[in-house]
Design a protein around this ligand. Sequence first.
Ligand code: PLP
Length: 475
Amino acid sequence: MKLIFEKGAPGQHLTLLPACDVPEVTLSNARTEPLDLPHVSETELTRHYTALAKRVHGVNDGFYPLGSCTMKYNPKINEDMANLPGFTQIHPLQGEETVQGCLEVLHESEKLLCEVTGMNAMTFQPAAGAHGEFTGLLLIKAYHTHRQDTGRTKIIVPDSAHGTNPASAVMAGYTVVNVPSSPDGCVDVEALRAAVGPDTAGLMLTNPNTVGIFDRNILEITRIVHDAGGLCYYDGANLNAVMGVVRPGDMGFDVIHLNLHKTFSTPHGGGGPGAGAVGCKEFLAQFLPGPMVAKDEKGYHFTVPAHSIGRVKNFCGNFAVVVRALTYVLTLGREGIPEAAKNAVLNANYMMKKLGEKYAMAYAGPCMHEFVMTLVDLKEATGVSAMDIAKGLLDHGIHPPTMYFPLIVHEALMIEPTETESQETMDEVCQVFLDLWDLAHENPQALHDAPTKTPVRRLDEVGAARNPVLRYNAG
Ligand SMILES: *Cc1c(COP(=O)(O)O)cnc(C)c1O
């Protein structure tokens, strides 16, 4: 496929700018060479982007079981609400009294999501989950510093953690201490007990964890950390399994982030805007980024917490994502939220059971919202790897599961169907998985060669990572 720069010809163009109706000024630092922009007609431009869109696989195209990413269907009403002119046609520097509706959105979202999570205050500034982790860790740091407890330099992270957890801890200036998992996939409590001490700033944990298991020792885990003087951070990316059923605040967590773009159904992937809302208990609220939204008899207004860590993003973060999440929460309501979580768990267990006929599971069920298969035996018997199976799925219009993650499982495929898939779809997908298993035994080469029906075949992923070509060279 040609790039937009390779299409068209000089003289073809589309006029986007209206005629100038103000006096022209000449800039002193204006460029002297004309900008090398594509010369394409509107027809060609439209066809170009439509062709690109056809090559993308999104949740609107088909099954997308990307574990830990919660690729659920995003109701279109969320888009309608986010597109209301009262939200889109405003300026971020407008006076508070002229944007009362927007402040109400932030205030209501804070109230409702605090109720879902068992927290007392929440900021919507962070733009993504990892950004939320970083912000949450700065809250933990501010808390210890404020108490002049300066010897706490370590953050404990289990070995099943998402890669962003240790990365965020390092970004926040901490040293990471890894604790191993037990054979059942949960935190090894004795190893945790041995790891904590007067240098422990906190623990980062997701529960259910990235292998889809709810840690039954969670209360003991958070108690061990608290007894050592540390705080507990909840990576809320996996809240989809438990929202409305149990609350991280009740499990003993002090600070959390939510991926509104996962659990609370706003489109994500491809680096699009997200929101890593950070919630905390009352005693940490004084450190939150400012401004926050407060309400008094005159209406809504901005306030800055007493010992705020400062801004982590301009304005109020990705506001339209918060509108979508609020729409989702209000649409589902008190009954719908736990029902969605329970269906997510039911769907994952349904697929786990069906695929378990042939594929080996890394951990015994039942699982929560996702499960991990290990294809070590298949690879030994046939030479077909988790990567080959994932590529085979592409030829059936199915997005592969998360591969080779978590790192503690070899030849891992991690499947998260979410609650928005029907039994019929899951049956079809399971049949494809089982057929690929048979194909691996009958004709492994066919899977080494897959995919054959996609616009491009296997890509040189290492080459792309080592020598990325990020810029079109017009020369
Ligand atoms: C997705 C995810 C994150 C990171 O979220 P981003 O929005 O991609 O930065 C962190 N932890 C877990 C468990 C996740 O699944």
